[in-house]
Design a protein around this ligand. Structure first.
Ligand code: 5AD
Ligand code: SF4
Length: 449
């Protein structure tokens, strides 16, 4: 590899989950500290970071084709960018990437990206750099202050997973569960609010497994952290994702009935409705124990919107077992959902299980499941008509004078008026579509359509 000029501009391409988006932002902040700025829209960057996801599909293949595309574009432009591969594919397949893709200068895992600046120095000198260590807390300590972002900000509170669902790579790519210390999180939340955040989304692969000691040295869980963050002036909304049903405790559930800033929305994946499949997935809960958790939330917060993740076509899934998934969907009546075809991940127990399901069967099941989920989402949106609520303005809409924002139930709402990004606007939800709602803003005596 030849030495190159130090990069002046960067671009991060984040794939996959919100934690990758958070990590991508933090990498950007690290680079900005070094004077390396985001490449202007439409211009090639000197440094491209592919922040990859390994959770489904042919993740690694996608990385190689992205690298190929960058090399090709570099040839056309007469200038190759420095290429870094970050995220979970880097963690899982770093060595192979270095061997197969000579154009890659840096491979950096999700727990090591705080060392990106030193790795970059090395790359500029013409030496390739790999770091897939897992010292998670050290990473957070080494990151710079938060930069100004939009009205809704991510805050990683917990990382990693000890659950080892048999289909999932996360325990291998993100490592064991770790919780960031209470005081660090409160400080970062204050910084985010000072930088303009109105809403904070607490992130973790098992966010509700977060545990720590509060400022008085008492053991506390996510509910306690949320109660403390709710005291921050200027912070209007708190959300969290993703939870595991078995890590729900009484205090977190109670917080949903007590903390006004905690939004009435819960992402609680169940994955499947059949107890046999849940056991084969090593989910460590049954359909019934999951439904009991949901009932407890509904008891304290009857209007709570629920969302979940589903996998169709897990090895051995019969038609009847798939129908159990449809039944649980009907029972919960989710407001939003994410559904996936099972994808065998290298190194996971499910990948070598008997009874892998044919792609056509998976396609057909996914279609049926998505139709059912869409039905409930639409019904949920329709049931919101007539409600008054605040919408957090996130961006300008497509039509003149139109704004887009989120309801407390995380629905997209569009409305008219004289607003600004970051405003909390009170609207009446007036019309519902499958994916969004129309809000009316009271302006004097009239409602603006
Ligand atoms: N195949 C399909 N979906 C998966 N997920 C995780 N691993 C796999 C896999 N191997 C889904 C789960 C999880 C979400 C983040 O991704 O539904 O909750
Ligand atoms: Fe993966 Fe299961 Fe852990 Fe979620 S709980 S990250 S699905 S192993």
């Amino acid at each position: 590899m030849k030495p190159s000029a130090p990069p002046q501009t960067y671009r991060v391409k984040s794939f996959g989950c919100q934690m990758n988006v958070y990590d991508g932002e933090r990498m950007g902040e690290l680079l900005a500290e070094r004077g390396i700025m985001p490449a202007p829209e439409g211009e090639d960057a000197d440094l491209v970071i592919l922040n990859t996801c390994h959770i489904r599909e042919k993740a690694a293949e996608k990385v190689y084709s992205d690298i190929g595309r960058l090399v090709f574009a570099g040839k056309q432009a007469g200038k190759q960018p420095l290429i870094a591969v970050a995220g979970c594919v880097a963690q899982a397949e770093g060595e192979e990437i270095m061997q197969r893709a000579p154009a890659v200068s840096i491979v950096v895992g999700p727990q090591a990206y705080h060392r990106l600046p030193e790795m970059l120095d090395k790359a500029v000198r013409g030496k390739r750099a790999t770091d897939t260590d897992m010292p998670a807390i050290a990473k957070f300590d080494a990151l710079p202050a938060r930069a100004k972002r939009g009205p809704s900000a991510f805050l990683t509170v917990q990382e990693g997973c000890d659950k080892f669902c048999t289909y999932c790579v996360v325990p291998y790519t993100r490592g064991a569960e770790i919780s960031r210390p209470f005081s660090h999180l409160v400080a970062e939340a204050h910084k985010l609010v000072e930088a303009g955040a109105k809403e904070i989304m607490l992130l973790g692969q098992n966010v509700n497994a977060w545990a720590g000691e509060d400022d008085k040295g008492r053991r506390t869980g996510l509910g306690g952290l949320i109660r403390t963050l709710a005291q921050i002036d200027g912070l209007a909304r708190i959300r969290y994702t993703t939870s595991h049903p078995n890590d729900m405790d009484d205090d977190l559930i109670a917080a949903h009935g007590e903390v006004e800033k905690l939004m009435p929305y819960l992402h609680l994946p169940v994955q499947a409705g059949s107890d046999r499949i849940l056991k084969a997935m090593n989910r460590q809960h049954t359909a019934e124990s999951y439904l009991r958790v949901i009932q407890r939330f509904r008891a304290v917060r009857p209007d709570i919107a629920l969302s979940g993740d589903f996998i169709v076509g897990f090895p051995g899934e019969t038609e009847g077992e798939f129908e159990d998934t449809l039944s649980i969907v009907d029972e919960v009546r989710y407001a939003a959902c994410f559904s996936f075809k099972y994808s065998p991940r290298p190194g996971t127990p499910a990948a070598s299980m008997d009874g892998q399901i044919a792609p056509q069967v998976m396609d057909e099941r996914l279609k049926r499941l998505q139709a059912r989920l869409a039905h409930h989402q639409y019904a949920f949106n329709q049931s919101s008509i007539g409600k008054r609520c605040e919408v957090l303005v996130e961006r300008i809409g497509r039509h003149p004078g139109q704004w887009l924002g989120k309801s407390p139930w995380l629905q997209s709402v569009h409305f008219q008026g004289d607003h600004a990004i970051g405003d909390l606007v009170e609207v009446t939800l007036a019309e519902a579509g499958p994916n969004s709602l129309k809000g009316l803003v009271r302006n004097g005596a009239t409602l603006l359509a």
